[in-house]
Each structure stands twice: as structure tokens, then as C-alpha cells.
Design a protein around this ligand. Structure first.
Ligand SMILES: *Cc1c(COP(=O)(O)O)cnc(C)c1O
Length: 421
């Protein structure tokens, strides 16, 4: 692509953008009276403007129908969570029966580990990437201790090579083969939260299954960001939060995937509750649990419909746009951002090192050599919302739904002004 670092050129790209109408369907915070340049859709997606309507609907139903809302509301609450499956399945490449929405991410990983981490004398090790998101580390270590095992001897980390910023696929595959019959579970982040690297989930899943392990993915930074084919890849389980690229609102519910080969099984261990019970018989209050014949079997409590409402609203946009168009825009806007960074670096005589490898989604992680946190504060003060990680990494994620090419150009201008002062 022969990009240009001019406002006219950026505006022209926006004109051609198939998703240009979606920018106006999100609420942007303002700094100095101007809508911000928002690079933190990987942390908390912007609010879809239709979200309030979905929440208000439940507030009204609650006011007007009270308990009758469970069955009489326009979108009845008792099976509200089932509305997600059809819309969510294409986002993660699953059959509708394989996805459900419940709880929050770390909680769901715990629940899924109950089913898919079943250590034996022979086979008990878990392979993860080094420096996984802290919550995942705590979650896995506590599961290991719960089984009476020692995390030191049980959790095997794949490491980056000295001086490198990304994981090498061959190193991950070699580790899986090395652990072999001792490997009970491979559990990794599909997209690394720190460097933005997208792992080859298909190949890693196959390798894990070949040594007889279960394979699960934390898709916190992958869902709504990259192409996923969880069913075809034969992934055992996955979970993701919805408030990052899926724009569902702070702390909102998590999505779960359980491959259909595990549906309707009575012998699979699971922490159970009435919302996972056969829906036709749920209110008969029978003593014995009968699992739903799909991923809903992993549901525990009745669904928090007020929280789910904005997630459902957001999925309306996903359904309209589709992952293919989202990914096409993503690739173009990220390439343009990369170009802008290179242009500005050259102009101001600095080195911005992009540590994200070419296997990437929306996020570019950039080392700003020699820059302190004052650059970050300058950006924030000037309406550029980014995220700073010590020692000097900024993460830039121009979400395809609502970021514009002009935003990328304007960001370059702010950056240039900082270095020219
Ligand atoms: C964001 C994120 C989480 C957050 O977990 P919650 O349970 O939703 O608080 C967990 N794991 C990864 C990899 C993340 O990126």
C-alpha cells in the first residue's frame, strides 16, 4: 500500500471505508470538547449507542411486569442467554450449540478447568505461555493447588527467546512434544495481551491433541478481533470477556465455548446449577440434574439479564457487519497506523520499535526508547487515549468498528508536536 501522511488522504480512506457509518453508532468520550482518539478498545470497548435501549427495555419490563418478566417480557428473562448463541457463534467460529454466555472470564476458566483439567499420576502438567495475563496465572496455580499438586512442578511455561519479544511457534510445539504424555492441558492466550501476537491456534491445538492433552484458549484479546474457527480447529474449550473488542460494557459477562463432542455427557465433571439443567424441566424442581444438550449445560445461576443487555446490543452490530468486513478494515487501519508511526519516527529522528510480530490483529505494541511516562500523559492530555505498560510500551489498538483513518493521521500530528517541543 502506498499510504500518505496527509489529512486529505486519511479522509479519503474514511470515505472508502465500508464501516464508516459505525463510528457514529458509538459514544466517544471528549477531551477539550473534542472526541478522543481511542486506542484502548482492547481494554474497554466504547459504548454502542443501542445499548441503552436494551438496558431500558429490561428496566421497563421489571417495573411493569416484575416477576412475570421471566416469561412475559418481550425478550423473556428465563432464556435470555439463549439469544446470544446464534449471533456469537460466527464471531468465534462455533456452532450455536457450542457457545454460551455466563459469569465473567476468570470464573469461567475455573469452571472449564473443572471439566478439562483432570490430572492423573501420569498426566498432570499444564502448558502456558510465560507471563500470561496475571489473572490466568493465579487461576491456573490455584487450580493446581486445589488438586494437591505443586505449581512449580506442574505448570510448564513456554518462553520467548533471549532478546526477542514474541513467542516462536516452533518453541511452543517443541514444548508440547517434550512434555508429551505428561501434558494434561494446553491453555494459552490466543492473542497475547502484551505484545499483540496472534498465536497459530489451529496448529497448536492439533499438537496438543496429538499428545493426548485437552486444549483450551483464553480469547480475551481475540474475540471480536481475529478470525476464529474453534469448532473446525477441534478446540476443547475457550472463554473470553466481552468488554474488550466486543464492546459490551465494564466487567460484563464472558462467553464460553465447549466443543460439541462433550455435550450431553454425564461422565464429564462439571460444577452444576439449575440454569444448566434441561430447560424443559427446569422449573419442575426435580432432584437429579439433567444437563442441557449443549454448552448451556455449563450455566450455573440464572442469567444477569441487566448486564447481558448491552452485550446483546453490541452483538447486533457484529451480526450486521460480520467478522470478514471487520477484519478487512482492521488490517488496513493497523497498516496505516504502522505507516504513520514510521513517518513520524523518521521526521522527529526517533526510534519507535513495534514489538508486535506480523501475526497480529488490531493491537500494535510499541517500545518508545528513551521516553518516559510524560509522553503518555501528553497524549492523554491531548485527547489520545492509550495504555502504558512499564517500562516504556504503549499499546495502540484502533478498533475497526469505530476508529477512523483520520484518527491515525491526527495521532501522528500529536506525536510530532510532542517531539518538536
Ligand atoms: C482482560 C483479561 C482477563 C480479565 O479477566 P476477568 O475475569 O474478566 O476480570 C483475563 N485474562 C486475559 C488474558 C485478559 O486479557
Amino acid at each position: 500500500m502506498n499510504f500518505k501522511n496527509t489529512k486529505e488522504y486519511a479522509q479519503n480512506l474514511d470515505q472508502q471505508d465500508a464501516l464508516k457509518d459505525y463510528r457514529n453508532k458509538f459514544h466517544f468520550p471528549k477531551v477539550n470538547g473534542k472526541e478522543v482518539i481511542y486506542f484502548t478498545g482492547n481494554s474497554l470497548g466504547l459504548q454502542p449507542k443501542n445499548a441503552k435501549k436494551y438496558v431500558d427495555e429490561i428496566m421497563s419490563d421489571w417495573a411493569e411486569l416484575a416477576v412475570e418478566g421471566h416469561f412475559q417480557a418481550e425478550k423473556p428473562w428465563w432464556d435470555y442467554h439463549e439469544r446470544f448463541a446464534k449471533k456469537l457463534a460466527p464471531v468465534v467460529g462455533a456452532k450455536p450449540s457450542e457457545v454460551t454466555v455466563m459469569n465473567t472470564l476468570t470464573v469461567n476458566l475455573h469452571l472449564l478447568m473443572v471439566s478439562f483439567y483432570r490430572p492423573t499420576q501420569q498426566r498432570f502438567k499444564i502448558i502456558m505461555e510465560e507471563k500470561a495475563f496475571p489473572s490466568d496465572q493465579y487461576m491456573v496455580a490455584s487450580q493446581v493447588r486445589f488438586h494437591g499438586l505443586d505449581p512449580e512442578e506442574t505448570i510448564v511455561e513456554v518462553k520467548k527467546r533471549e532478546g526477542e519479544h514474541h513467542f516462536r511457534k516452533e518453541d511452543i510445539l517443541a514444548k508440547i512434544n517434550e512434555i508429551g504424555e505428561e501434558c494434561a492441558l494446553v491453555l494459552m492466550g490466543g492473542v497475547n495481551y502484551y505484545n499483540g501476537q496472534v498465536l497459530d491456534m489451529e496448529t497448536i491445538t492439533r499438537a496438543g491433541k496429538e499428545v493426548g492433552a485437552f486444549v483450551g484458549w483464553d480469547l480475551a484479546h481475540a474475540a471480536g478481533n481475529v478470525e476464529l474457527k474453534l469448532h473446525d480447529w477441534n478446540v476443547d474449550f475457550a472463554a473470553w470477556c466481552s468488554y474488550k473488542y466486543m464492546n459490551s460494557g465494564p466487567g460484563n459477562a464472558s462467553g464460553c465455548f465447549v466443543h460439541e463432542q462433550y455435550h450431553g455427557k454425564k461422565d464429564i465433571p462439571r460444577f452444576e446449577g439449575w440454569w444448566g439443567h434441561n430447560k424443559e424441566r427446569r422449573f419442575l424442581m426435580e432432584p437429579e440434574f439433567q444437563p442441557e444438550p449443549n454448552a448451556h449445560a455449563w450455566q450455573v445461576s440464572n442469567a444477569p439479564v441487566l448486564a447481558l443487555a448491552p452485550y446483546l446490543a453490541s452483538l447486533e452490530y457484529f451480526e450486521e457487519v460480520g467478522m470478514d468486513r471487520l477484519i478487512a478494515k482492521r488490517d488496513k487501519i493497523v497498516a496505516y497506523l504502522e505507516f504513520i508511526l514510521q513517518e513520524v519516527a523518521e521526521e522527529v529522528g526517533r526510534d519507535f520499535e513495534i514489538i508486535t510480530p506480523k501475526e497480529r490483529g488490531t493491537q500494535l505494541s510499541v517500545f518508545l526508547h528513551g521516553q518516559g511516562k510524560d509522553l503518555f500523559h501528553y497524549l492523554m492530555k491531548n485527547g489520545v487515549i492509550t495504555d502504558w505498560r512499564e517500562p516504556n510500551v504503549i499499546r495502540l489498538a484502533p478498533a475497526a468498528f469505530y476508529c477512523s483513518f483520520e484518527d491515525m493521521y491526527e495521532f501522528g500530528q500529536v506525536l510530532k508536536r510532542y517531539f518538536s517541543n
